[in-house]
Design a protein around this ligand. Structure first.
Ligand SMILES: Nc1ncnc2c1ncn2[C@@H]1O[C@H](COP(=O)(O)OP(=O)(O)OP(=O)(O)O)[C@@H](O)[C@H]1O
Ligand SMILES: O=P(O)(O)OC[C@H]1O[C@](O)(CO)[C@@H](O)[C@@H]1O
Ligand SMILES: [Mg+2]
Length: 323
């Protein structure tokens, strides 16, 4: 393969730049021309494509965001949009694609391959870690560390005022950021989409904490939790415990930015290198991931929407440690 394209798609995640760097440098090392496609599939449709040099990826390994920019493209979900994207690949002579994104990005890639047989290899770039086929996704570690830093600060002020905080972290369909930041910050409770939230149980645990004279309560809620978000949880608690001083804090997009952690830089570098090598060897429609320390390739169709159930031992541990 002579010419390959690379794009980032869906929500950005810290470490995407490190992945772009690894892809460009591996491609050039293998004698390929690597074309950057800006703004994900939307840029592919619009022909926002340029040839990348190894120096274009200098000094980016430590930077958050994505130098290629990203987008969610409604147009790519139409036949006309895909046809325009294919035309642009033909114009630039691009024979294969490296896609850094999440489940939606890979779903799109499979549809595109069915129509136009352009081979693609993916890298898991999402803070949510809502993909099977890899132990970690690029950006997850950094996002959890950002959440931990923020929740630690919230605990300081909560302690000063004897307050209860309901903190919402990202995770549209997966509770891994909530689970891991909650454990790391000693949260009193953690609400995640993988478990049906019984609000009466949550209220009971607060009641028990009150009897034990706990003065600070931190509840970490994943945005995708089935009860309806942290605001509703906070309102329900206020209604049941009018004497408690309750605050709600939504951490939001700060979790998507910032310098990637060392773990995300290493993961991105390994997967970027592995993905280009695989594409060059004729592998297609797979996502490169790392399981138990080894690079593995999982077909896009198996990667799509995979959250692993949270182990009951982990939940039991959270209850014990928050006594
Ligand atoms: N069924 C589909 N057909 C064609 N294209 C799709 C399809 N699903 C998703 N895409 C394309 O992939 C893009 C990215 O998908 P999505 O917005 O779901 O993000 P993602 O890749 O899952 O990342 P994240 O969830 O981490 O933000 C979409 O904006 C769309 O252009
Ligand atoms: O970029 P947007 O549209 O605000 O998307 C937010 C969503 O993206 C994610 O950050 C994943 O990329 C989710 O955690 C969150 O629900
Ligand atoms: Mg997704």
């Amino acid at each position: 393969m002579r010419n390959i394209g690379i794009l980032t798609s869906g929500g950005d995640s810290p470490g995407m730049n490190a992945a772009i760097r690894a892809v460009v440098r591996t491609g050039v090392f293998l004698g390929m021309d690597v074309f950057g496609i800006r703004r994900g599939y939307q840029g592919m449709i619009e022909g926002d494509i340029f040839k990348m040099k190894t120096t274009d990826v200098s000094n980016i390994i430590q930077r958050g965001g994505t130098i290629l920019k990203t987008a969610r493209s409604k147009e790519f979900m139409t036949d006309e949009g895909m046809a325009k994207a294919y035309d642009q690949l033909q114009i630039h002579g691009i024979e294969g694609l490296i896609l850094i994104g999440g489940d939606g990005t890979f779903r799109g890639a499979n549809k595109f391959f069915e129509k136009y047989t352009i081979p693609a290899v993916g890298l898991p770039g999402t803070i949510d870690k809502d993909l099977s086929g890899t132990d970690f996704t690029i950006g997850f570690d950094t996002a959890v560390n950002t959440a931990v830093e923020a929740i630690d600060k919230i605990r300081d002020t909560a302690e000063a005022h004897d307050r209860l905080f309901v903190v919402e972290v990202m995770g549209r369909d997966a509770g891994y950021i909530a689970l891991n930041s909650g454990i790391a910050c000693g949260a009193e409770d953690i609400l995640i989409p993988e478990m049906v939230t019984d609000i009466n149980d949550v209220l009971c645990r607060i009641d028990m904490d009150e009897r034990r004279k706990k003065t600070v309560h931190i509840l970490v809620v994943a945005e995708g939790d089935d009860y309806g978000g942290s605001k509703k949880v906070a309102e329900t608690i206020m209604a049941r415990f009018p004497k408690l001083d309750v605050r709600n804090c939504v951490l939001g997009h700060i979790q998507r930015g910032g310098a990637p952690s060392y773990a995300d830089r290493v993961l991105a570098s390994r997967l970027g290198h592995a993905a280009v090598t695989a594409l060059n060897n004729g592998t297609t429609q797979v996502m490169a991931g790392i399981i138990n320390g080894e690079v593995v390739y999982t077909p896009f169709s198996n990667v799509i929407k995979g959250t692993t159930p949270v182990s009951p031992d982990m939940l039991e541990m959270i209850r014990v440690l928050s006594v």
